[in-house]
Design a binder for this molecule. Structure first.
Ligand code: ZN
Length: 391
């Protein structure tokens, strides 16, 4: 099942290069200076020349087909759908309940990428299987650095970045933690990266993509912080404060009607009050960005090192820490061994909070909003909250 250790490892481009390619400034409406308008039709040519021109056009332009967007993960597909609306066909390669590190490449996946106008991947070592698929697909338009390639992580400050790139500390995460989508603020940046890619391959609809992404960001910020705080502080300001880790000090230091702004918090952050500043146990380092946003750190992991299965000794150590610290929850993605998670939880009195890591990873989890809602609600229940305070 394990993908051979060194396969698929690529040299990571520097952040500066990545930012130049995909990162967008904070505001929407900024236009890239090097957009190619692939949809512009050439003047009619007779015979063979016309046929050749048609062959050279990207697939969607040939018969006014919809743009084809292929993503590695269902969560990126869900975000891409928010941005494209009905202007594109969007499909994901991995299933939502599958470990994104270990997806077996299939010929049908290469065929999907071969037909794609835009391909969205984390751009880190999360999807170790991507380089092989890109090679087999042979679609020069969506290769790394090509206009149709989107690195979802561009512009996101990575956590757990090791001082030295090595697999000694585990099989995966060698460039930093790649589970970026677990923070809703990052989802907004991912949406902007997808917009930047869409504009490179379909500038004609650029304004629509920008407007859709802005609407997605606004809805997400309201779900995260509540309508009242968004109205008081402004969505753009909240986004920027959160992105730069200045949000909590801002909310505590500023007051409205003699109350600190933190008391006006609503949405998921308010619902997370029961687990805020408390520790949880986790299976894998899936939740680092979620932990930072909601202030609920993973004190220990079932995996002793990322991607490495636990030894009995490590499990004993975890169990005794969870008992001593009275940890209420073991938080795990649903593609790990349910039995193992439930056994550990049983031995400690904690609740096994087993959730999909990605959209479509469980029935009813059909959007990014439903995914975050499920995580927050499930954890709040484990920490003894009735679930009030959300909107
Ligand atoms: Zn991982």
């Amino acid at each position: 099942m394990r993908w051979p250790g060194e396969m698929g490892v690529r040299k990571l481009r520097s952040d500066e290069e990545m930012n130049n390619q995909d990162a967008r400034p904070i505001r929407f409406g900024h236009r890239s200076g090097c957009v190619r308008s692939w949809r512009r039709r050439p003047p009619p040519l007779p015979g063979l020349a016309a046929a050749l021109v048609l062959l050279l056009l990207p697939p969607h332009a040939r018969a006014q087909e919809k743009l084809r967007v292929v993503t590695t993960l269902t969560t990126y597909a869900a975000i891409a759908k928010e941005v494209t609306g009905d202007l594109a066909e969007v499909e994901a390669i991995a299933r939502g309940d599958e470990d994104p590190h270990f997806v077996t490449p299939r010929p049908s996946f290469a065929a999907m990428i071969r037909r794609a106008d835009l391909f969205v991947a984390s751009g880190l070592d999360l999807e170790l299987w991507v380089p092989t698929l890109l090679d087999r697909a042979g679609n020069a338009n969506v290769r790394e650095n090509a206009p149709g390639y989107v690195a979802a992580h561009a512009g996101i400050e990575l956590r757990d970045v090791p001082a030295v790139v090595t697999r000694a500390e585990g099989d995966v995460h060698i460039y930093g933690n790649p589970h970026i989508h677990t923070d809703p603020i990052n989802a907004i940046i991912i949406a902007r990266n997808i917009v930047a890619g869409l504009r490179r391959v379909d500038e004609e609809n650029g304004a629509t993509y920008e407007a859709n992404a802005a609407r997605f960001a606004d809805r997400l910020l309201r779900r995260l912080f509540g309508d009242e705080l968004v109205a008081m502080v402004g969505g753009d300001n909240l986004f920027e404060l959160a992105r730069t880790e200045r949000l909590w000090s801002f909310l505590e230091q500023n007051r409205f009607r003699d109350r600190p702004l933190s008391e006006y918090l609503g949405g998921w952050i308010a619902r997370g009050a029961s687990f805020r500043n408390r520790e949880m146990a986790c299976y894998h380092k899936n939740w680092e960005y979620f932990s930072a946003r909601f202030r609920v750190p993973c004190g220990m992991y079932v995996e002793p090192k990322v991607g490495i299965p636990p030894s009995p000794g490590h499990v004993r150590e975890l169990v005794s820490w969870m008992r001593e610290s009275e940890i209420p929850a073991l938080f795990a993605a649903n593609y790990f061994s349910r039995n193992q998670i439930e056994q550990v939880a049983e031995r400690t009195g904690a609740r096994a909070v087993i959730v999909p890591e990605h959209v479509d990873g469980a029935p009813g989890v059909d959007s990014y909003f439903a995914l975050i809602d499920l995580w927050v609600t499930s954890l709040a229940a484990a920490y003894g909250d009735a679930g009030t305070g959300a909107n």
